[in-house]
Design a binder for this molecule. Structure first.
Ligand code: F0G
Length: 459
C-alpha cells in the first residue's frame, strides 16, 4: 500500500504554450463563421482543445533527443532500426511497414484485401477505417457486444466483440468473402472501451474455425493493456509489456496510429505475418508513402515513436493517464451529467441523446452540445453520432446508435486545474440543456462529412 493517495502527473513541465481566453461574444462569432463545425475553428481561438488525443500529446525530453538523433538516410537508416526494434519488442510480427499515420496503413491494407463483395467485421470500425473499407467497395460491419451500444450500462470490457454474431456473419457471407476480422483496442467509437484477452481469444477461435486472419486496430493498445491489468482475472501482477505481447500473440497483424499510443505527433504502421500480403502492401507503400524503411516519415519521426513506445507502457504513466480521464468522467457523473460508463481510456463521452431528449437525432444533439461547450467555455470536443455516422454510402441518412460528444484528453498536456475548469463549464451547460436547439446541415460532402459539413442552428 502506498502511503499517499494522490496520483500525480508523473512528469514536470519545462516548455509551455500560452492559451488564450476569449469572450462568449467572440466565440459566438467564430462559431457562426465556422459554419458551426468545430473542425473549422482556428486552434488559437480554442481554450481547452479536446477535439482529439491524436498527435496532440506532449513529447518527453527523451523523444525530443530522438528528434535530434534522427538519421535521414533514404534507405536503412539507424532510426528505422531503432523504430523496428521498439515495435517488434511489443509486436513481434514478421513484417513492419511504416506509414505517415494510421489511415495510410488502413488504405494500403484494404486496397490489397478489400473489394466489392467482401465484408470486414470489427467490434466498431473507426470512421477512417470504415471509409477505407467502403472505398474499396467492401462492407464494414460493427459487431460490438450489445452492452457496448448502451451508454449507461456498466461492463468491464464494453469493447468486446459479439463472437456469436461474428460466427453467424461469417457463415451467412461465406468465409471466402471475409478476408480479415478486425478488433479495435480500445474501442474508440464505442466510448474508448477496452477489449479483454478472454474476448480476443474467443474471436481468435472463431477466426481459426473459418481460417480467417485476425488484425488489431491497435491505436490505444497500452490503455487497453492497462484495463486488462486492472480488470481481468489473473493479470493484476503481469507487466504491461507482457500483456501487450499476449495481445500480439493472438493476432496476425495490426494497423497502428503512432499519434496515439506511440506518444508521437505523427506516424503509424502496418504490421503482419503474411508474406504475400506484405509484398503487395510494400508495393503500394512505395507508390503512396515512400521506401519501406521510412514510409511517409522522416527518420526523426521514427525516433519519436521508438522512444514513445517505451514510455507508453510505463506503469506510472498509464496509472496517471487512465486515472486522469476517470477524474473528469467521475466528476461529471457525480454532477448528474449523462456519460458513457464506465469511463474509457482516452476520452470522456457525453451522452447527448440523454442530456438533450428534446432534440431529434436528425437534428444532431451531439453537434448542438459540442457547439454549446465551445460557446460557453472555449472547449472544443467532437460529435460522435449522427453527423459522423448517419450518412450511408447511398446518400440516405439514418440515426446513429448513440449521440455522443467526445472529450478526448491529449496525452501529458493538460493539468488537473484545466480539467477542473472543463468540469465547471460542462456543468453550466448541462444545467441549461433544455434551452439548447438542434442544428440543420446547410452544406456537406459525400463522405466523412463531419470534417467539413456546415450547419446552422434551428430557430
Ligand atoms: N483507428 C482508430 C481507432 C482511431 O482512433 C484512429 C484515429 C485511426 C484508426 C486513424 O489513425 O488518425 O493516424 O490516421 N483517430 C483519431 C481520433 C483521428 O480523433 O480518434 P490516424
Amino acid at each position: 500500500m502506498e502511503r499517499f493517495r494522490t496520483i500525480i502527473e508523473p512528469f514536470r513541465i519545462k516548455s509551455v504554450e500560452p492559451i488564450r481566453l476569449t469572450t462568449v461574444e467572440e466565440r459566438e462569432a467564430k462559431l457562426r463563421a465556422a459554419g458551426y463545425n468545430l473542425f473549422n475553428l482556428r486552434a488559437a481561438d480554442v481554450l481547452i482543445d479536446l477535439l482529439t488525443d491524436s498527435g496532440t500529446g506532449a513529447m518527453s525530453a527523451e523523444q525530443w533527443a530522438g528528434i535530434q538523433r534522427g538519421d535521414e538516410s533514404y534507405a536503412g537508416s539507424p532510426s528505422w532500426f531503432r523504430f523496428l526494434d521498439a515495435v517488434t519488442d511489443l509486436w513481434p510480427f514478421r513484417h513492419v511497414i511504416p506509414t505517415h499515420q494510421g489511415r495510410a496503413a488502413e488504405k494500403i491494407l484494404f486496397s490489397v484485401i478489400g473489394g466489392p463483395g467482401k465484408v470486414i467485421p470489427s467490434n466498431t470500425h473507426f470512421d477512417t477505417t470504415r471509409a477505407n473499407v467502403e472505398f474499396t467497395g467492401a462492407e464494414a460491419v460493427d459487431l460490438v457486444i450489445p452492452e457496448g451500444r448502451e451508454p449507461a450500462t456498466i461492463h468491464p470490457f464494453k469493447g468486446n466483440m459479439d463472437t456469436d454474431a461474428l460466427d453467424a456473419l461469417i457463415r451467412a457471407r461465406g468465409a471466402e468473402n471475409v478476408p480479415v476480422v478486425f478488433v479495435t483496442v480500445t474501442n474508440n467509437s464505442g466510448g474508448g472501451q477496452p477489449v479483454s484477452l478472454t474476448n480476443l481469444r474467443a474471436v481468435r477461435e472463431v477466426c481459426d474455425r473459418h481460417g480467417i486472419p485476425l488484425f488489431l486496430d491497435a491505436c490505444r493498445f497500452a490503455e487497453n493493456a492497462w484495463f486488462i491489468r486492472e480488470r481481468e482475472d489473473g493479470y493484476a501482477a503481469v507487466a504491461v509489456p507482457d500483456i501487450v505481447r499476449e495481445m500480439a500473440s493472438l493476432a496476425d497483424g495490426m494497423t497502428m496510429s503512432g499519434k496515439k499510443d506511440a506518444l508521437a505527433n505523427i506516424g503509424g504502421w502496418l504490421a503482419l505475418n503474411d508474406d504475400r500480403w506484405a509484398e503487395q502492401c510494400r508495393n503500394l507503400l512505395i507508390l503512396t508513402e515512400g521506401f519501406p524503411t521510412y514510409g511517409g516519415l522522416a527518420g526523426r519521426d521514427l525516433e519519436a515513436m521508438a522512444a514513445g513506445l517505451r514510455e507508453v507502457v510505463d506503469e506510472d504513466y498509464l496509472r496517471y493517464r487512465i486515472r486522469s480521464t476517470a477524474y473528469l468522467g467521475e466528476a461529471l457523473v457525480a454532477a448528474g451529467v449523462p456519460c458513457v460508463q464506465p469511463i474509457g481510456g482516452h476520452a470522456v463521452y457525453l451522452d447527448a441523446a440523454a442530456l438533450l431528449p428534446h432534440i431529434a437525432a436528425l437534428e444532431y444533439p451531439g453537434q448542438a452540445l459540442a457547439c454549446a461547450l465551445y460557446r460557453e467555455g472555449g472547449i472544443r470536443g467532437c460529435e460522435i453520432g449522427t453527423v459522423m455516422f448517419g450518412m450511408r454510402p447511398d446518400g440516405s441518412e439514418v440515426a446513429a446508435p448513440m449521440e455522443l460528444v467526445r472529450l478526448a484528453i491529449p496525452r501529458r498536456v493538460y493539468t488537473q486545474s484545466h480539467i477542473d475548469y472543463v468540469i465547471e463549464v460542462i456543468r453550466w451547460v448541462a444545467e441549461r440543456a433544455s434551452a439548447l436547439r438542434g442544428m440543420r446541415i446547410v452544406e456537406q460532402p459525400s463522405a466523412l462529412r463531419h470534417f467539413t459539413a456546415r450547419f446552422e442552428p434551428i430557430q
